[in-house]
Design a protein around this ligand. Structure first.
Ligand code: ADP
Ligand code: MG
Length: 279
């Protein structure tokens, strides 16, 4: 079904079920997605990575959006898990370790996104999120404006604190880019809506108006880097889309839509205009 053996170093690896080597547990904090688990994943060079692995119902675009999110984060050199891939999870093996929803009984493999486990805690875990915000430390970190600019660019509507890992040294790493390209790929296409969460929305609620204004200018400045990142990563995005969507007409349409969506929002003034600031 998917080209699983011809792993090209220029794109995100798409790995066969044999790459899923060992179950390593379930996350302490399960989100909405009940397929998420930890496993050792073998990369094309034979190296094993301890990864969070996340599947989804077969008609969902999650593997595609997560892969695109990771490639864009790489192009922007954002903090990110060091390794990411798409992997076919062997469901017979997973079922030996974890309860799976009934409807998976009809499938032998589950296309999943995996990313190496980032050492740290959810920003919401063990912290009082509001107290933390009051301390304003989060918004003083330079990576937060970069992450926020990225989220605005790619229309990520789900940057909640569970999707931000704090490393022991205090660096923040965004994970879970599932709901990017939201208005293009998710809105009105799914039988649910997600509550829009973002660092800008949190900032508006919890920062002083002058700190919030400063933060918006920083975010808008970061937005000026998006156009160059897009042009470097376009071939990888295109390859990922054409590898995941077997119907070439559908893949062409998907690629054209995504390219246009990202290009228009990568214009150096797009984010300043959106935020109503001069950067
Ligand atoms: N790469 C990762 N590094 C560290 N923790 C992760 C990683 N991926 C997922 N997790 C943990 O697993 C939880 C659920 O994963 P996530 O991808 O956010 O799925 P969901 O769609 O269920 O929110 C996260 O909140 C986080 O605690
Ligand atoms: Mg999440």
């Amino acid at each position: 079904m998917f080209p699983t053996t011809d792993v090209n170093q220029h794109m995100i690896p798409i790995l066969p079920a044999t790459a899923w080597r060992e179950f390593r547990g379930e996350p302490a904090q399960k989100g909405l997605n009940k397929t998420t688990h930890l496993a050792m994943i073998e990369d094309p060079s034979g190296k094993w990575h301890r990864c969070y692995v996340k599947g989804c119902p077969p008609n969902w675009v999650t593997p595609l959006t997560e892969a695109i999110g990771w490639l864009l984060a790489e192009a922007l050199n954002l903090p990110r898990p060091e390794f990411a891939a798409l992997v076919m999870v062997p469901l017979d093996k997973l079922r030996q370790n974890m309860q799976m929803d009934q409807h998976w009984l009809n499938y032998s493999e589950m296309l999943s996104f995996c990313a190496s486990a980032v050492d740290g805690k959810n920003a919401s875990q063990g912290w009082k999120w509001l107290a933390h915000l009051r301390a304003k430390r989060l918004y003083k970190r330079p990576e937060i404006a970069r992450i926020s600019a990225f989220d605005q660019w790619v229309d990520n509507q789900d940057r909640n604190t569970g999707n931000l890992i704090v490393k022991p040294g205090g660096d923040y790493v965004p994970i879970d880019n599932e709901f990017i390209l939201y208005s293009l790929l998710w809105a009105q296409k799914m039988p649910f809506n997600i509550t829009h969460n973002s660092l800008l929305i949190e900032g508006a609620q919890h920062l002083s108006s002058s700190d919030y204004a400063r933060f918006k200018v920083e975010v808008a400045r970061e937005g000026k880097l998006h156009i160059a990142a897009l042009s470097t990563v376009e071939p990888k995005l295109e390859q990922a889309i054409f590898s995941l969507i077997s119907n070439s007409t559908a893949a062409n349409t998907m690629w054209a839509n995504i390219q246009q969506f990202l290009a228009s929002r990568a214009h150096p003034d797009w984010l300043s205009t959106q935020l109503g600031v001069i950067a």
